[in-house]
Design a protein around this ligand. Structure first.
Ligand code: ZN
Length: 291
């Protein structure tokens, strides 16, 4: 599947002046050459290569229609495998933001969840850090932040044999300078979202689909979509959402317009590699209800 060449206009600076990390330009190349089913050869979007100190704001590039699926709060041995099978069957990319507490310990549940994480990675999907306890980062001190970020990082590395560099803040909330610095100083690139499935507010696949339809009406060009692979009705909604995108795409093509493309997070890296560092002051982000 070819990608959208992402060039988000509103790369809202998120306290970038706090980290002062230079952009280290990496290898350039046409993203359309990238097979998005296969993760990058150098690991999981190594941030020093792609855009240290930057963030992915979740909006589609101008003049493009794209959807990047992201699934948070797993892995869950009970619900994630079904989603992996469906992604595999349809040949679509996705990113999983996992929580450390599900991977930790000697218990059978943690062992099964680690095995699911390994399967996720082995099949080529991207993985990111979603903290250990899924608490609000903005109220934490340095020691708490260290635990949330580094313990989760260690658990992922232990399971996968590599570090990962994508990060998603619980509730999408990342404002306090201490929290922002903790994330960026470790080389993480935070990923926000442009569309919210609000799958935790409903309890049926049809409910999730209705929410995504509303988001597509609100954001017709698409963007990074937030879902949760821990919710069985959200996993069941995934094929319905893909069908909906295909239906809308067929209508768009019939009108001579550009269809939706399901893209990997990789598609959002091009502008981070090449764009100048944002100079505007950071824009506060409203806390999200879930993430
Ligand atoms: Zn979450």
């Amino acid at each position: 599947m070819s990608s959208a060449l992402a060039r988000p206009r509103a790369l809202a600076a998120l306290a970038l002046t706090l980290v002062l990390a230079p952009l280290v330009a990496g290898a350039t190349g046409d993203l359309d050459e990238v097979d998005h089913k296969v993760k990058p050869a150098d690991g999981n979007l190594w941030s020093s290569r792609y855009g240290h100190g930057r963030m992915i704001d979740g909006h589609c590039p101008p003049r493009r229609r794209c959807v990047a699926f992201t699934f948070d709060d797993g892995p869950s041995w009970e619900t994630t495998p079904r989603l992996l099978d469906e992604l595999d069957r349809r040949g679509l990319p996705a990113t999983f933001f996992v929580t450390g507490h599900r991977l930790d310990g000697r218990g059978e549940v943690a062992r099964r969840n680690r095995e699911v994480l390994q399967r996720t990675w082995a099949r080529g999907y991207l993985v990111g850090n979603h903290t250990y306890n899924h608490d609000l980062l903005d109220t934490m001190n340095e020691a708490q932040l260290r635990f949330e970020l580094d313990r989760t990082s260690a658990l992922i590395e232990e399971a996968l044999g590599t570090r990962v560099w994508l990060f998603r803040a619980p509730f999408g909330a990342l404002h306090h300078p201490t929290a922002v610095r903790a994330v960026f100083s470790r080389g993480y690139t935070p990923v926000f979202w442009g569309m919210d499935s609000n799958d935790w507010r409903v309890n049926t696949p049809e409910g999730v689909l209705a929410n995504v339809r509303a988001e597509l009406e609100r954001s017709p060009r698409g963007g990074v979509l937030l879902m949760h692979d821990t919710l069985p009705w959200s996993v069941a909604a995934f094929p319905l959402i893909v069908d909906e995108l295909e239906r809308r795409s067929a209508e768009l093509v019939a009108r001579g317009e550009q269809p939706y493309q399901v893209v990997s997070m990789e598609a959002f890296w091009q502008p981070l590699r090449t764009a100048p560092a944002p100079s505007r002051p950071p824009r506060p982000r409203r806390p999200r209800r879930r993430g």
